[in-house]
Every structure is written in structure tokens, then in C-alpha cells.
Write a protein that binds this ligand. Structure first.
Ligand SMILES: Cc1cc2nc3c(=O)[nH]c(=O)nc-3n(C[C@H](O)[C@H](O)[C@H](O)COP(=O)(O)O)c2cc1C
Length: 735
């Protein structure tokens, strides 16, 4: 919701807001320039001294005005001809033309009304309102992204465009909120929507009828310093009933031209003071430095516009196009999607198109936007839910389960849950299962029993589609064409071979980093940004199904590295392990945010066996901050498959690796990585009690053995792998 509130006014008003910001930034320079250019009155100069000085030079003077910048202007009549000049208060002489600056006038008109009169004023006010909505929703988004208000200035991560957007926002937002609020106030005032609250003194009933009292003798003018003067108007020549009008920062009064006496006075009202402060805060008139600061902040707006659009476009990429999406309140079928990598959106698009063609009205949305009472016309709800990590929710379903649990009651429209997963993961479709059981616990009626799709199989999907059609009483043929992510061609630069002696030929393959386009660099898409533990999907020749491998390097290392074991009869591993430098493969990047060491300084316990060392070695290599890292590594024989054995001593010398414990499974006394953990139980337990994070990578059996060993080791301290997992301190990348 907040994101939508930030995005749509942002896109719609981008041009208007940019125009406002740029013209505002240009205008902000003028008060400061005027202050520098105008001769300023010396301290303590009173109006009683200044006025006669000017009158001596311009006998026909009828008004003296002082602007908030300190510039003094005199207006006079000379033999019936009006004249005006900027005055040097030291001499009373005119020193510059008082004609308004044409550029300033043009910019002010553009800024206020786009030269379109009241219509333009309303449009610009709408722009200011959009800027206010953007600023406030942006504040909430920044706080949410940073993890709370206290982390407002926390270091940012992620693609460059997103970081720039937030970096500028968190500095400029104060000025933008101030400028847009004051703009709205001033527009309301222009259209008389606010009371003017101006106090004018009553016209004096009686005047002396005399003229010619010396200006420098007038007590009130002696008591008024030039610094607080706004305006002194002279009486009409020859009219003995007229008076001097004096306006100062304190109020307005009338002076008798024959006696110099103060005939009437009215103080500025509180309301006038508020209005003037708002005006000053918006224009910088009287606060030139503040004006410049606000102008600089306004310059952030176009930059945020460009980076905001980039972030938005990057977020849309990979998401299938859904045409003719119906509003949630009117749709008969509500289709909610839980996806991380984007492929489930493709299935949702296929289902949406097929249902729409069958005459249904369908609303598609992410599961995270689940709001049960909005589905007023719904006759069924369908959820397509992928699973990540160890049965965790994918990005677009974050918070769904909490919302379902917190809801008063489940919707009446029956539910069908379809899980998307991969049977090679131990927690197969676990998130979809969790959704189905939470729905059941809530008493949500069932449209179809829980079903699952393995590895994005179009056949599984078509089968489920027929069951759905039957339940709905329509014919439904779902023919899904999976859309592959954008791939790159990677060129092998080197390979290191291991494992031949232990019948497990394995290669560490290093590929050149593909050159990133400016767009990729700004948005962090594809291989423009990746870290060890992310995945690459390799498309082997002769198959459209990608195989995923964990990355053993980060972008910063300057290469892409994976560890591949040749499986007997394995299509992809066979092709990869046969590559020679110069050969190429087709691959894409898939992020794996659930398997990252995090930025904490707490010790890391890395546990892996065989090719599972890949991402762990990448973490060690990237440990420039010398975080304590304890690596437990299981291999068959140190002479044949001690991957990264050559680098380990250097990593230890550089303190990227604190300790290496190896376990060798071939030999007289087979020793596995879980045995190594048990052998080091006291130290492992101490590290975990002190907050260490555990990361496990490798085969499923090894991971199960490790969890069992850790359960034993931790039992005396009341901890367990399950507790650590719940705390996010125990993560696995298992295959
Ligand atoms: C890092 C990673 C972790 C995964 N974890 C699981 C899992 O624990 N259980 C499962 O059934 N599938 C798992 N999968 C498979 C995805 O759920 C499956 O590929 C799904 O179709 C992806 O949908 P999406 O592209 O819409 O996110 C995982 C995939 C990746 C890349």
C-alpha cells in the first residue's frame, strides 16, 4: 500500500514535480544574490536619519521600501514623472535600477502557474501535494528498508539506483516536506481559502492640519531602526489631511505630518506572523541561506525521479505481463502469487489468461497484499506459492501467514493452494503446505486439495488445471510456456581438477565476468551484482531445464566460480566438467538471499563437504573485515579432493580464515564432518552460545548428520538447531 502510494503519484507527477523542483531551485538563488548585491544599512541607522537623506536627493519621494534582503528602494514623482531606484542608505543616492529582474519574474511565473493563470496554479498545487505524498510515503519506506527510525542513516546495500534514490531521499526529504507544505499553504492563501487576519489601524478621526514637521525630529522614526522597516509612505503633497504610513516588523501606524505624533497603531497579529514565516520558509526571502539549502534539496528531485523509475522498471522485469487484471472487489476469482524468482508469476499469467478467456473476471496480486474483506465478489481464491530456503515464504508472500492468522475469519470463497517447489529440497513445497494448514485451521473452505508442481513442470500444471476446471464446472486447458530468465554467455578462463583418484572427478571452474551494461550496473540486475552463495542456472545443450550451482565468488572477486562434480550420466555436469578454457556456457543469475553470512561481526561456523565447499570458500575469500570464521570441511582424501587446499594457508595468514578443521572419509578411520564437530564440541558450543552463525552447505545426508551432531552438542545449553533456525542463525544450502 505504502509502495503504491509512493509509486503512482510519483510516476504521474514526475514531470510536474521536476518542473517545480528545478524552478524552485533556480529561484532559491535570487534572495541570496539580492542580499549580496544590495547596499546594506549600517547598524543602528534609524528611519529618522535615512528618510531625510533620501528626501534630500529625491525631493518628490513618496515611498521608501525595504525588502527582507535589506535592499532599500525609493519611489518618487519628479514633475509628474514616476521614478524609482535602489538606494545606498549611506548617501541616499540611487545606485541601481529598481526594475524587476526579468528572469526572476519569468521563473516565478513558471513556478507558480506555468504561465497558465489559476488553472496552472491549481496544477502546480497538485504537484506540491504529490511531492508531499511522495516525501511522506518515502520516509516510511526508508525507515522500513533501514529497519526502523533509529537506523535512518544506516549503510545501504543493493543496486546502485536504489541506493542513490534512498541516499538522496534521506537528506532531501526534510526540505521537500517543508517546501511542499508551505507551497500548499501559500496556494490556499492565494485562493482566499485561509483567513488573511491582517490588522489595519483605524484611520485617525483628527489630524493637526499642519504640514512640514522635520522628519529627523519625529520620535517614532527615531525609535525605528532601518533593520525593522518595511515601508514608509509619504503624505500626498499639498493634502494637509493625509498622514505618513509606517510599516515595520512590529505593525502599522499613522504619523501626523504637522506634529510627528503617532495617531494610530496596530501590531502584527499572530496569524500574520505565521503567514510571513511560511512565506519566508518557502521563498527564502529574509532567510537566504535556508533558501539555498532548500534549493539544493529540491535539486535531488530529478535525480530521485530517474533512480525511482529505474528501481520500478527493474522490479517489473522478470514479472509476467498480466493483461486486463480486474479490481479485487469485483473479481470472481482471486489469484494470489508467492514468488521469489518470478517464474510463478508466469504460471499466474497463464492461468489468468485461460480463466479470462473462459469468461471469468480475475484479480491477480502478490500474496503479501492479502486483505480478506476486499474480496467482496469472490467465488474462489487460488494461491500459487513457491518455497524458498528451508520452507520459507518467497519475497512476494512475506507477511501472508501473519495476516491470515490475524484475520477475524477466513473468506467464504473456497480456496485452492498450488505449491511450486523442487523435490530435491528436503522441505518440498513446505511454504504451500504451511499456507494450506493455516487456512484449514482458520476454517477456510476448500475448493481443491493442496497440489504441487515440481520444478515448474508444465505437465503438472496442465493436470492441476484440469482438476480446477472440473471444480469450477468449466473446461480449462493450461498450456504454459516457461519464460527463461535473460541469459549470458560465460567463457571459461581456467579450471582446476580434483577427485580422479577417489572416483569423484570434480572441477573448480572459473568464468570471466561478463561486461555489465550501464542499465545492469544501475539496477544491479543479472551478473552486475552477485555474492558468493547466490546461484547460477546453467542451461546444458540438449535440455531447456536449467541446473543450479552455488557461486563460490562475488562480483568483487572479478570472476564467476563454481565447483562441479561429474555425476555418472549427468548431462549438465558432464558438459561443464568437459569445458576447456575459451569454451562457453549459457547461464543466468538467481539470487539466494537466504544463504548469506550477513554483515554482523559475530563468528561464522561454516560446515561443508565435497562441492558444498564452494560458497563457503567464497565467504572466506570475501572476508576482508577479518570476521572470525571457523571452517569444517569434509573430503574423501586430502591428496585428491581437498578443494581450495592451495588457498587455505594464505587465507589463514590474512586472517580471513580463523581455523580450518578437516574430516577425511576414506582411509583406515573414516571421519565425517559431523565427527569433526563432535570432536570440537566444547568450542563449537561456546561459539554458538556467544552468538555465532552456522551455515551448512552440501548433500542432504551430510546436512542431516550435521543437524543431528549439533543437536547433541547444543543440548546441554538448552539450544537446538530448530531454535537457531528460528533465530535466523542456522541456514542451509542443501542439494
Ligand atoms: C535458493 C532456492 C531455494 C529453494 N528452496 C526450496 C525449498 O526449500 N523447497 C522447495 O520445494 N523448493 C525450493 N526451491 C525451488 C523453488 O521453490 C521453485 O523453483 C519455484 O518454482 C520457484 O518459483 P519462483 O521463481 O516464482 O520463485 C528453491 C529454489 C531456490 C532457487
Amino acid at each position: 500500500m505504502i509502495r503504491a502510494l509512493h509509486r503512482w503519484p510519483g510516476l504521474l507527477a514526475a514531470a510536474l514535480v521536476t518542473m517545480l523542483a528545478l524552478s524552485g531551485a533556480a529561484l532559491s538563488v535570487f534572495p541570496a544574490a539580492e542580499r549580496l548585491a544590495a547596499p546594506q544599512a549600517e547598524a543602528g541607522l534609524t528611519v529618522a536619519t535615512l528618510a531625510p537623506r533620501i528626501q534630500a536627493v529625491y525631493p518628490g519621494v513618496e515611498q521608501i521600501r525595504r525588502s527582507p534582503s535589506g535592499r532599500i528602494t525609493a519611489y518618487w514623482f519628479d514633475q509628474g514623472t514616476p521614478g524609482a531606484a535602489v538606494i545606498d542608505p549611506a548617501t541616499g543616492q540611487g545606485v541601481a535600477s529598481a526594475d524587476p529582474n526579468q528572469t526572476l519574474r519569468w521563473l516565478t511565473n513558471l513556478h507558480r502557474s506555468l504561465f497558465l493563470g489559476d488553472g496552472g496554479r491549481i496544477a502546480m498545487a497538485a504537484g506540491a501535494a504529490a511531492m508531499l505524498v511522495l516525501s511522506l510515503s518515502g520516509v516510511l519506506l526508508v525507515a522500513r528498508r533501514a529497519g526502523g527510525w533509529r537506523h535512518w542513516f544506516a549503510r545501504l546495500r543493493g543496486p546502485l539506483a536504489g541506493r542513490l534514490h534512498v541516499e538522496i531521499a534521506r537528506i532531501a526529504v526534510v526540505g521537500l516536506v517543508l517546501s511542499s507544505t508551505t507551497a500548499l499553504w501559500m496556494t490556499a492563501s492565494t485562493f482566499d481559502l485561509l483567513p488573511d487576519g491582517v490588522a489595519v489601524p483605524a484611520m485617525p478621526a483628527e489630524v493637526s492640519g499642519e504640514t512640514g514637521f522635520a522628519l529627523d525630529q519625529m520620535v517614532v522614526l527615531e525609535e525605528t531602526s532601518v533593520a525593522e522597516l518595511r515601508e514608509l509612505s509619504f503624505p500626498y503633497p499639498g493634502d494637509a489631511t493625509d498622514t505618513f504610513t509606517l510599516k515595520t516588523d512590529r505593525g502599522t501606524g499613522y504619523l501626523d505630518q504637522g506634529t510627528g505624533a503617532l495617531l494610530a497603531w496596530a501590531d502584527l497579529t499572530g496569524w500574520e506572523r505565521v503567514s510571513e514565516t511560511v512565506y519566508m520558509l518557502h521563498t527564502g526571502q529574509g532567510a537566504a541561506t535556508l533558501g539555498l539549502v532548500l534549493g539544493l534539496m529540491a535539486l535531488g528531485v530529478p535525480a530521485m525521479g530517474v533512480t525511482g523509475v529505474l528501481v520500478w522498471l527493474a522490479g517489473r522485469r522478470g514479472r509476467a505481463r498480466i493483461r486486463g487484471n480486474q479490481p479485487a472487489g469485483r473479481a470472481e476469482t482471486i489469484l494470489l502469487v508467492g514468488s521469489e524468482g518470478g517464474s510463478t508469476w508466469g504460471f499466474a499469467a497463464t492461468l489468468h489468461a485461460a480463466l479470462t478467456q473462459a469468461g471469468q473476471s480475475v484479480h491477480v496480486a502478490p500474496m503479501s497484499s492479502f486483505i480478506p474483506h476486499r474480496y467482496a465478489a469472490a467465488r474462489r481464491v487460488i494461491m500459487l506459492a513457491a518455497t524458498y530456503g528451508d520452507g520459507a515464504a518467497p519475497a512476494s508472500a512475506k507477511g501472508f501467514l501473519d495476516r491470515l492468522v490475524a484475520a477475524d475469519r477466513a473468506p467464504d470463497a473456497p480456496l485452492a493452494v498450488l505449491g511450486f517447489g523442487d523435490r530435491s529440497f528436503p522441505a518440498y513445497c513446505a511454504f504451500a503446505k504451511a499456507v494450506a494448514s493455516a487456512a484449514q485451521a482458520k476454517g477456510w473452505p476448500e475448493l481443491l486439495p493442496l497440489d504441487t508442481i515440481d520444478r515448474q513442470s508444465p505437465q503438472d500444471f496442465a493436470r492441476w488445471g484440469r482438476a480446477l476446471g472440473e471444480a469450477m464446472g468449466i473446461e480449462l486447458e493450461l498450456s504454459h510456456q516457461p519464460v527463461l530468465p535473460i541469459t549470458e554467455t560465460l567463457t571459461l578462463v581456467s579450471r582446476r581438477d580434483y577427485g580422479a583418484e577417489v572416483q569423484a572427478p570434480t572441477a573448480i571452474l572459473r568464468f570471466a565476468l561478463p561486461r555489465a551494461t550501464l542499465w545492469q550496473r544501475l539496477t544491479g540486475l543479472d551478473f552486475a551484482r552477485f555474492t558468493a552463495g547466490d546461484l547460477i542456472g546453467v542451461l546444458p545443450e540438449g535440455s531447456a531445464v536449467p541446473r543450479l550451482y552455488s557461486l563460490a565468488s562475488s562480483r568483487r572477486d572479478g570472476f564467476i566460480e563454481i565447483v562441479v562434480k561429474k555425476h555418472p550420466g549427468g548431462l549438465c555436469s558432464g558438459q561443464l566438467t568437459a569445458l576447456e578454457p575459451g569454451d562457453t556456457v549459457t547461464a543466468f543469475l538467481r539470487r539466494n538471499p537466504g544463504f548469506r553470512p550477513g554483515r554482523s561481526r559475530a563468528p561464522l561456523i561454516l560446515i561443508g563437504a565435497g562441492t558444498g565447499i564452494g560458497p563457503l570458500a567464497g565467504f572466506v575469500r570475501g572476508n576482508a573485515r577479518r570476521r572470525p570464521v571457523h571452517l569444517f570441511f569434509g573430503m574423501r582424501h586430502p591428496d585428491s579432493d581437498f578443494f581450495y587446499g592451495e588457498e587455505m594457508p594464505a587465507w589463514r595468514d590474512e586472517r580471513r580464515l580463523t581455523r580450518l578443521v578437516t574430516a577425511v572419509s576414506r582411509g583406515a578411520r573414516p571421519h565425517y564432518v559431523q565427527d569433526a564437530l563432535r570432536g570440537d564440541a566444547a568450542e563449537v558450543s561456546r561459539l554458538i552460545r556467544d552468538g555465532a552463525r552456522v551455515m551448512v552447505c552440501g548433500g542432504r545426508n551430510m546436512a542431516a548428520g550435521v543437524a543431528e551432531a549439533l543437536a547433541e552438542i547444543l543440548a546441554p545449553s538448552g539450544l537446538s538447531p530448530a531454535v537457531l533456525k528460528a533465530e535466523g542463525r542456522y541456514v542451509e544450502d542443501v542439494y
